[in-house]
Write a new protein. Sequence first.
Length: 87
Amino acid sequence: MLHRDNGAWTGSEVYFGVVLHQTALKRFARRFYGNGPDQDDLVQDTIIRALHSAHLYQEGTSLLAWMFTIMRKRCFQATAFSSCFAA
């Protein structure tokens, strides 16, 4: 398991998790924007935010679910609720 003795994850450990889950992040982003540059931007922004907030990740929880939450919140911040989901 990827963790440190004090329970705080490092940016490099979260990066490794992001690499493992990149395909799932892209699929999840497709729900919000469909295929295209907006989807890629959302994935990229999610990765940046996850790496920046790696110290907030709680050991024993799902890293993928945590990144999905970051992505969902980012989407809702960036657009109106009604236009956030792909048609």
